[in-house]
Design a protein. Structure first.
Length: 208
């Protein structure tokens, strides 16, 4: 038994709808492993329960798995605003979101979050960043500007399968984007931060 199997057998079970979504994601979409999955999904729901945000910004919807997990943890009246820049994913993702038990808590938007999110006129209590790694730093700056003081941000893939410490990947554009973000964040006086070695690296940030 792997350590991941051991963990998943001892945490809250993956809801059937999310299990079916994860299976469909792996079958029908390229890079299906990009979906948050059971462990990270339960963590995102738990974080929402702890933070109790009213408005959540997500950058990078992919198949909708993480948006649904966060929406599960929202109080009545809460909303996840999730942005996906790749319009080719809409035909797969939109039905899964709109048929989910928490569809009324998710607003799915096709477009560039860097441009469209500020136009919402919404102040966010929490943000989840899981979009284009090459633009992590400008995405972080945009999200931070919309986050209330004391609000929280979660950034995925910040260890990038260990590539951030492997010289062979130093010229890879996505690795460079993550490294630039990590380096800038490390000395940013506007926030508190901690990196968790969960899956592909998960950074938790609190805006001071």
């Amino acid at each position: 038994m792997s350590i991941s199997d051991y963990i998943e057998q001892r945490i809250d079970p993956e809801p059937d709808y999310l299990y079916r979504l994860r299976r469909a994601t792996n079958i029908h979409m390229l890079h299906g492993r990009m979906a948050s999955g059971h462990l990270q999904g339960r963590l995102l729901k738990m974080l929402v329960h702890m933070i109790r945000p009213r408005n959540i910004l997500e950058v990078g919807t992919f198949s909708g798995y993480s948006a649904i997990c966060m929406a599960e943890g929202l109080d009545d009246g809460g909303m996840v605003y999730t942005f996906e820049i790749n319009d080719e994913q809409e035909d797969f993702t939109r039905p899964w979101i709109e048929q989910s038990p928490v569809a009324d808590r998710i607003r799915f938007i096709i477009g560039d979050a860097l441009v469209e999110a500020p136009r919402l006129g919404v102040t966010f209590d929490m943000a989840f960043i899981d979009g284009d790694k090459r633009t992590y730093l400008p995405t972080y700056e945009m999200a931070l500007s919309l986050l209330r003081p004391g609000g929280f941000m979660v950034v995925d893939n910040t260890l990038w399968d260990g590539h951030v410490v492997e010289p062979a990947y130093a010229r890879d554009a996505q690795t460079q984007g993550i490294m630039q973000f990590n380096d800038a964040l490390a000395s940013d006086p506007r926030v508190e931060r901690v990196i968790l070695p969960l899956r592909d690296g998960l950074t938790l940030i609190r805006k001071i």
